[in-house]
Design a binder for this molecule. Structure first.
Ligand code: URA
Length: 242
């Protein structure tokens, strides 16, 4: 494993500019593996190194992979215009590391949102070739009927789409509630599919991405957590079929 200068590591972790990190160390604000750090140029093994800045513990990570239980009235955009941005729910050092939502949820959609600072991961998750199925629960204005479910499974024609789009799975959960699994990531897809069958989506929550279920993460609305390697494997494109 490669060694890296402590000040450079702190900068890469999002603690601030290089010079600011050097000053932090010289001011005695940083501990590494429990020991007070005094030399900004000290070489350290970065991966999983436990550091403390101003007494707050932090485990160094090459990349951030987090799941958020998105509350309503937050925008996924980096420059939100009408509501607060989801990035405001994270420590500011995450923004310094350029963490971004992996795909988007509408401002009024709740549930599982992944964020990362790993460009390759984000790209792969967004690519139609590697598309990971997404599961949603929708509350509808009008009753859910067997015909409605059958139409969603057969495919519906959306404006601006050349051919009908079908749900990968769909089942009724209640008189006005359904679960739908999508294998495409079209803009407002659930809402548009429900509109196409003459119903209306009144509330929407994303309950799973691949085989990673929000209920298993134990996150209240607005809470987030780092994903483990095992949880990241649940996001493989064919994870749902295993
Ligand atoms: N489909 C929608 O209509 N909205 C979302 O936020 C996600 C999927």
């Amino acid at each position: 494993m490669k060694k890296i200068k402590l000040s450079k590591l702190l900068q890469a972790q999002g603690f601030g500019a290089r010079r600011a990190c050097e000053v932090m160390i010289l001011d005695g604000r940083v501990r590494v593996s429990g020991e007070l750090a005094t030399d900004p140029g000290a070489l350290v093994l970065a991966e999983a190194l436990p550091v403390e800045v101003d007494g707050a513990p932090w485990t160094c990570r090459a990349h951030l992979y987090v799941a958020l239980n998105k509350p309503p009235n937050y925008e996924c955009s980096r420059k939100p215009s009408h509501h607060r941005g989801v990035l405001s729910l994270f420590p500011s050092m995450f923004s310094l590391r350029n963490i971004q939502p992996v795909g988007r949820l509408d401002h009024d959609t709740t549930g599982m949102l992944l964020l990362s600072d790993d460009g390759q991961f984000i790209h792969r998750q967004a690519s139609p070739k590697h598309y990971v199925p997404k599961t949603y629960e929708a509350t509808t204005l009008d009753p859910v009927t067997p015909d409605l479910i059958a139409s969603l499974l057969a495919g519906v024609l959306l404006h601006d789409e050349p051919k009908p789009i079908a749900a990968a799975a769909c089942r009724q959960l209640g008189p006005r509630r359904l679960e739908i699994v999508l294998e495409q990531g079209k803009y407002h897809q659930v809402k548009r599919m429900l509109a196409a069958v003459d119903n209306r989506c009144e509330a929407l929550t994303r309950t799973a991405i691949g085989k990673l279920w929000l209920k298993d993460l134990g996150l209240a609305e607005g809470e987030w957590r780092f994903l483990t390697d095992a949880q990241l494997r649940f996001l493989a494109p064919d994870a749902r079929k295993e």
